[in-house]
Design a protein around this ligand. Structure first.
Ligand SMILES: Nc1ncnc2c1ncn2[C@@H]1O[C@H](COP(=O)(O)OP(=O)(O)OP(=O)(O)O)[C@@H](O)[C@H]1O
Length: 455
């Protein structure tokens, strides 16, 4: 699929993905200097009135509900060839499906996400809408100054509740959809969404979706030590008989919230060791400061972006890293072999997952930097196989830095990978940087380079 230059005033940066009916693009609103996601109805559907109607209906619902927990729609328009598009909030942290793939979540974190998803669905139910396709990949994540915010997305199948009886086609995703949704013409109500919330809860807690209905294995059998009320709540939401489910998303969410607030909520589950726990993060912070790195949080230039500034006295370098990535710190991570061959010593890493930094097929987001004396030509290092394919290279020049950036917007399924070799104009010191992010944002790369300081 060729990449268009722009949709109206929005300059296209890259494709985020395609679904059954539409393609979503990352674009930059140059007027407001802000990234947006633009969903364009596929050409083969654009002239079918019912699909076009459903597309605009999704935009209208999201515009009218205007909730913190739902993807916001800022505008809709039609391209000259007749395809409608909607301009949405860009969710820069991937989806809950990506998060689950990275490993088991601490229980408190899983319940926080579930509460936020439930709040989003409650807003829809209060608006008179059934979502009909709640699943981890339809729950997007956006960075916020305090961490990650849930944005429920993709109402492609949503429909006003009063129109919901007598569907002619089954809609939804097997594994997450209620038994009544698999019956064409089955009559639906908000309790279909409660079933899907139960399925998402099951996966958030156990790492895998429930079996086909009837679901008999309680999550606690897969993850021992869960509160009994949580097992009961999830199994009741997954009841085949909808009379046995919580009555709506609010009832479900209130119960999740009260389970989460219980003082005896288990916090220590042995296999959390694989997950980057807050306590592990704290320990890493302590270790980093013992090793000579100091940490400070400041606001970045991009709206809503909070940067953690990390200083490594031994290397004589300071860098700003989006706070949501600042989970693990290393002051002496060995560089990639090609960089070692070029003379690089160990460097400073701030990332979501330090163990997997060099494995570009495993998601790990953050920034790595190492300082090398002299004016090095690192083009060979940068081009030496971190990702398949040739990188797009570009020159950078800010007040403090000049050099080259090599970008792989899609690297091995592990997100976007960027290498950079920059030096202060006229100074014989080269900084080799690696930046890994879930979605390619060149503006963020530039911002990180801009926040890197020697001395
Ligand atoms: N607002 C957004 N910000 C960032 N990425 C988005 C946004 N909306 C959608 N995406 C991404 O774009 C891709 C396509 O999304 P879309 O909603 O069209 O389809 P889908 O949910 O993947 O599939 P289907 O609609 O068939 O269920 C997905 O990978 C999704 O994560």
């Amino acid at each position: 699929m060729s990449q268009p230059e722009a949709f109206g005033r929005y300059r296209v940066i890259r494709r985020l993905g395609s679904g059954s009916f539409a393609t979503v693009w990352l674009a930059q609103d140059d007027l407001l200097n802000y990234p947006v996601a633009i969903k364009v109805l596929a050409e083969n559907w654009a002239h079918q009135m019912d699909i076009q109607h459903r597309f605009l209906e999704e935009a209208r619902i999201l515009r009218q509900t205007d909730s913190t927990w739902l993807v916001a729609v800022h505008d809709v328009d039609v391209l000259p060839d007749g395809r409608p598009y909607m301009v949405m909030t860009y969710a820069d942290q991937g989806s809950v499906a990506d998060l689950i793939r990275r490993g088991p979540l601490p229980l408190d974190e899983a319940l926080r996400l579930l509460t936020e998803i439930g709040q989003g669905i409650t807003v829809l139910h209060n608006h008179g809408t059934i979502h009909r396709d709640i699943k981890p990949s339809n729950v997007l994540l956006q960075s916020s100054p305090v961490g990650q915010r849930v944005l429920v997305a993709d109402l492609g199948f949503a429909k006003a509740i009063d129109e919901a009886s007598g569907f002619t086609a089954a809609a939804g995703t097997p594994g997450y959809m209620s038994p009544e949704q698999s019956i064409p013409g089955g009559d639906l109500d908000v309790r279909s969404d409660v079933y899907s919330l139960g399925a998402v809860a099951y996966e958030l807690i156990t790492g895998k979706p429930p079996s086909r209905p009837p679901v008999r294995v309680p999550p606690g059998r897969i993850r021992p030590g869960l509160p009994r009320e949580l097992d009961d709540l999830i199994l009741s939401a997954l009841s085949v008989d909808r009379e046995s489910r919580p009555g709506d998303a609010k009832t479900f969410t209130d119960r999740v919230r009260s389970i989460r607030m219980a003082p005896d909520l288990p916090r220590a589950v042995p296999w959390w060791q694989r997950y980057r726990m807050p306590w592990r993060r704290a320990a890493a912070l302590v270790a980093a400061s013992l090793l000579g790195a100091t940490v400070l949080t400041v606001s970045g230039g991009a709206p809503g972006l909070s940067l953690t500034t990390v200083r490594d006295a031994a290397q004589g370098i300071r860098m700003g890293v989006p706070s949501v990535w600042a989970r693990e710190f290393h002051t002496d991570l060995r560089a990639r072999p090609a960089a070692v061959d070029a003379g690089a010593g160990p460097g400073l890493l701030v990332a979501t997952d330090a163990d997997d930094w060099h494995s570009t097929d495993v998601p790990s987001y953050g920034v790595y930097a190492t300082v090398m004396p002299g004016a090095r030509d690192l083009s060979k290092v940068a081009e030496h196989d971190p990702c398949p394919g040739d990188p797009a290279s570009r020159r950078v020049r800010t007040g403090d830095w000049e050099g080259t950036v090599w970008d792989w917007p899609e690297c091995n399924g592990g997100g976007a990978f960027t290498s950079a070799a920059v030096h202060p104009p006229g100074e014989p010191a080269t900084v080799y940087l690696e930046i890994r992010q879930p979605d390619y944002r060149p503006d963020l790369v530039d911002e990180i380079i801009d926040h890197t300081v020697l001395g």
